[in-house]
Design a protein around this ligand. Sequence first.
Ligand code: HEM
Length: 327
Amino acid sequence: MSTLTQYETLEPDEDRLVAEMIEAMHHQQEQDFPPGATGRAAHAKHTGLVKIAFAVEPSLPDHLRIGVFAEPRTYEGWLRFSSGNGKPQSDGVKDLRGAAIKLHDVPGDRIPESDEPTTQDFILLNTPAIPLGTVKLFHGVITLGQAKFAAKMLPTHPHVVAGLAKAVITPTSPADIPYWSNTASLLGPDLVVKYVLLPTSAYTSPKREKHDDYYLSDHLQEHLSQTEATFDFMVQVRTDPDTMPVEDIAVRWDEEKAPLVKVATVTIAQQDFRTAERNRLAEELTFSIAHALKDHRPIGAVARARMHIYGGMAAWRQQRDQRTKTI
Ligand code: HEM
């Protein structure tokens, strides 16, 4: 596992918990997917893989001109919208919704955990602070399954069960909602930050009474057939280590004490993403917070677990399906 920075502490039994989660997820994948078509153990269903332009703000203050934000340039990349369940299900079922960004041609020194040479990924979720704040809690839900975990937690930790129930949503479109990084990262040597993606499109999708199985992709495609979609990419710099912890991601960092600052604009130009090639790429591209420059090192126990897990799980899928890595 990663070496700890000065901002981190080890969670008890971290390595064992991670190993057991990996084993449980592989076991589930073997049941859910035939060899040759192995889906992700989490966020298996994509609701759209879209090409993006990531334009860094021209007039950033000096202390934020770090890593991918150093120069006012535009990166090309991908954004994979997804639903959280480990097995693809109808878009009509309430779920966590993900947004995984991959930027290409990013120069600079990389963290040793990265298995891609020139990408920078940012992975975000539709909730600011998932109630599963520690590796131990993630381990509980992954090894027990959602129903048993909820039954076990309800008597002693009802807020965790209630928080998870609140975090699952059926939005009008993946392009209409905000996303948060949940886990923290360094920004250069001294800043501890989280990221937020805020929707800014002029167009928003209609609200429907009935949600069809692919309504999220339908709405996103309808949006992108008419006009572009846009988001503001925001950074939140931690201002108080006591009330804005790194090791408990269930705690939302107060946005009044640590305001969001816009660092880039994400533009999804008009495009037709419902093609066989895009569907193939949505399965084969791998996103990980470990695809990072040293200036963007992810930190905290859940982030360390994710850096270890995502790359290994993606490699396991490739091996099981007898294919090589796609970047
Ligand atoms: C220890 C806790 C966690 C575990 C064990 C876990 C596990 C996983 C796994 C196995 C994948 C699929 C990797 C692959 O095969 O390519 C995944 C994807 C994903 N995870 Fe997590 N996760 C954790 C925490 C989080 C958190 C805190 C977030 C919040 C941002 C998150 C958001 C996502 C998203 C959006 C994806 C989809 C990425 C894509 O589109 O490829 N996960 N997670």
